[in-house]
Design a protein around this ligand. Structure first.
Ligand code: GLC
Length: 555
């Protein structure tokens, strides 16, 4: 298979509101992202994905788009975007942008037209229905917040569908004019030179055409990677994931492939589907739909070797031959990984993310070990958090701490209050961590260099090894056809406990091979160095090279 840039890329996810504020309004902006491109280039990632920066009333912080082809003044201008794109390309970084097909803001021109003129052509661009025969909403579908997904318009009495806030009406992709209009949006950005899209809520664009009720779910179960409260009271069989989405993603892929060489521009898809064979259908039967449907499997997996092995195996088994798998450990919607696994394990989480086969998405701040920020109730901004505090996403969206010498840690000009409280991770700000070779930032940079250097981390192969309790161990091998001198197998060992663990037989060379050499470790303090060659220090993650062809006993 020809290798394309995204086959083993590391995509850095920027949440622009929280990256760097250059105009002193307390909110990050596009010039701020541009100013920090050297930081990303030094880190060694391959691409960035920008969360929405389009015109929006910001009810859902930009996921409620009111004009898809305008930059919201909060973030800058279209010229700022063009400059950012150019500068990123100049650094060798690809740029993906968010693409929100399922809904718009209610302030979007399309919805204003639909609302104002029930007999007009734009009405059917959204999903309108009369009340059910007994009165009330047309069916039992609910929003993410557990209340009805239908809102009744006073004028005319019809209901419109919204999977999220009432101010975010769902588009009707069964109307071909909607697809055409949204593809025009894609063309607008592709013409400007973006390298692709992250498709928001990819499963939602096709729903049951008969709008059948969802069946109830067994109490206490969630089909998601975390408990979503009232949303989990139903099995979401009919309000998303209808097979009619496949032709639409085939069309989107064809559009992407019509720009430059096929395979250069890509669609990364947000797919919250946890039944892995069902998830894998988003690649398309002929791998002609989403290039990279994201799986969120690791976010809901306990931090234990057996649980991680089970999730990774199940996902890899579901990936169709020739497709590329994508991993995430954090996002703007989820608790911070460093808080989930604990600060001592944050480096192992990064090591896992960056040594699994395929593409990795690194959420901004995770390279610093950012914990969930403490956000006092009066400073909650997230609409989910305002409705259901347990669902608040603000704690994962706190501003990037760049330097220790100002109250906003360099996020904004001195004296300006950032839109969310600033949190400093245990390892300090970017400036502190850049100067500290044992920091998570330095470890991440070294890991990215290791990832680039050897073919083993580029191949699709991964074999889990029988390992001592508390240790996750696997080998990565260069794929068939790797060039000579590309390096041999790598062994990855993660100590998920807080005790030293001897590695015993794992490091026994095969009769034909030489010893394993530790080429990377997360344990860089002096104490760790005393643990010895054949053992992992507490919480140590290490990568071992069998440069001369040696290898461990596989199980
Ligand atoms: C996606 C986004 C999330 C947003 C939602 C509605 O899940 O990641 O931030 O709130 O879609 O657009």
């Amino acid at each position: 298979m020809e290798r394309l840039w995204w086959h083993d890329a590391v995509i850095y996810h920027v949440y622009p509101r929280s990256f760097l504020d250059t105009d002193g309004d307390g909110v990050g902006d596009l010039p701020g992202v541009r100013r920090r491109l050297p930081y990303l280039a030094r880190l060694g990632v391959d691409a960035l994905w920008l969360s929405p920066f389009f015109a929006s009333p910001m009810a859902d912080f930009g996921y409620d788009v009111s004009d898809h082809t305008a930059v919201d003044p909060l973030f800058g201008s279209l010229a700022d975007f063009d400059e950012l794109l150019d500068a990123a390309h100049g650094h060798g970084l690809r740029v993906l942008i968010d693409y929100v097909p399922n809904h718009t803001s209610d302030r979007h021109r399309w919805f204003r037209d639909a609302r104002a003129d029930p007999a007009g052509p734009r009405r059917d661009w959204y999903v309108w229905r009369d009340p059910s025969p007994g009165g009330g909403p047309p069916n039992n579908w609910i929003t993410l917040f557990g209340d009805s997904a239908w809102t009744r318009e006073e004028a005319g009495g019809q209901y419109y569908l919204h999977s999220f806030l009432p101010s975010m009406p769902d588009l009707n992709w069964r109307n071909p004019a909607v697809q055409e209009a949204m593809f025009d949006v894609a063309r607008f950005w592709l013409d400007r030179g973006v390298d692709g899209f992250r498709v928001d809520c990819a499963p939602l664009i096709a729903k049951d055409p008969l709008l059948r009720d969802n069946p109830p779910a067994a109490t206490g179960t969630s089909a998601h990677h975390r408990d979503l409260g009232g949303f989990d009271s139903q099995l979401h069989l009919h309000d998303q994931g209808h097979p009619d989405l496949h032709p639409r993603y085939r069309d989107l892929r064809a559009l992407l492939d019509s720009y430059g060489e096929p395979g250069e521009r890509i669609a990364l898809g947000e797919v919250h589907e946890y039944d892995w064979p069902a998830w894998s259908r988003y690649f398309g039967r002929d791998l002609d739909e989403l290039n990279l449907p994201i799986n969120f499997g690791l976010l809901g997996t306990d931090w234990h070797p057996e649980a991680i092995r089970t999730t990774v195996r199940a996902i890899l088994d579901a990936v169709p031959a020739g497709a590329v798998v994508t991993w995430v450990m954090g996002s703007h919607d989820d608790p911070r990984v460093a808080s989930r696994v604990g600060p001592a394990q944050a480096a192992n989480a990064m090591l896992l993310l960056l040594t699994l086969p395929g593409t990795a998405i690194l959420y901004n701040g995770d390279e610093l070990g950012m914990p969930d920020a403490a956000v006092p109730p009066e400073r909650i901004r997230d609409p989910w958090g305002l409705r259901t505090p347990a669902l608040s996403r603000d704690h994962a969206r706190s501003p990037m701490p760049w330097s220790p010498d100002s109250p906003s840690c360099g996020f904004t000009a001195t004296g300006v209050e950032p839109w969310l409280p600033v949190t400093t991770p245990p390892g300090g700000t970017v400036r502190d961590q850049e100067a500290d070779p044992s920091s998570l930032l330095s470890l991440t940079r070294d890991l990215l260099a290791l990832r680039r250097a050897g073919a083993a981390l580029h191949g699709a192969g991964l074999a889990f090894l029988d390992s001592p309790p508390g240790v996750l161990a696997y080998t990565r091998s260069p794929g068939p056809g790797s060039p000579p001198g590309a390096g041999g197998d790598l062994l990855v060992t993660l100590n998920l406990t807080d005790r030293a663990v001897p590695l015993d037989h794992l490091l026994t060379p095969r009769p034909s091979g030489g010893p394993w050499r530790r080429v990377f470790t997360t344990a860089r303090t002096r104490d760790a160095a005393h643990t010895g060659q054949g053992a992992l220090a507490p919480a140590e993650g290490a990568v071992w090279s069998a440069g001369d062809g040696g290898g461990p006993h596989r199980t």
